[in-house]
Design a protein around this ligand. Structure first.
Ligand SMILES: [Zn+2]
Ligand SMILES: [Zn+2]
Length: 140
């Protein structure tokens, strides 16, 4: 087991509070609030004290520090590669040609089935026929 090389390549991220280096595989602290752990703005802290200062800034109502271990360099590189390709997939337009935008004129308002043809004059509305109760009873 040889000690890891102490070059700058060994730095994983920087503490979000004091900017100190966090190295691959190092134990550090993260915020328990899920929005503080998004890949876009991953908040990592070298100590609980640094996390404390973040909580004061973020004004979390209910948060605690979570101990975490930085990934190994290989794991981190693999993760970065996956993210990069995923971002490329999201950003890239579909390979197919852009779909033709259909700009057909809006269809005429749908007419009821029994509508008279345009040539025939409009019929005046028929007044309701007065029905005599006696006639109806006589028929039935
Ligand atoms: Zn720190
Ligand atoms: Zn937080």
């Amino acid at each position: 087991m040889s000690p890891p090389p102490a070059d700058s390549d060994d730095v994983w991220l920087h503490c979000s509070a004091c900017r100190r280096d966090l190295r691959f595989g190092q134990i550090h602290w993260v915020c328990s609030v899920s929005t503080c752990n998004r890949n876009r703005m991953r908040l990592v802290f070298c100590s609980v004290a640094c996390w404390d200062s973040h909580v004061a800034d973020a004004r979390h109502r209910d948060a605690w520090a979570v101990e975490a271990q930085a990934p190994s360099r290989d794991a981190w590189r693999a993760e970065q590669a996956t993210e990069a390709s995923a971002a490329r997939r999201r950003r890239a337009p579909p390979a197919a040609a852009p779909r033709a935008v259909i700009t057909a004129p809006s269809p005429p308002p749908s007419s009821p089935a029994g509508r008279p043809a345009a040539s025939s004059p409009p019929r005046p509305p028929r007044p309701p026929a007065p029905r005599s109760p006696t006639a109806s009873t006589a028929r039935s």
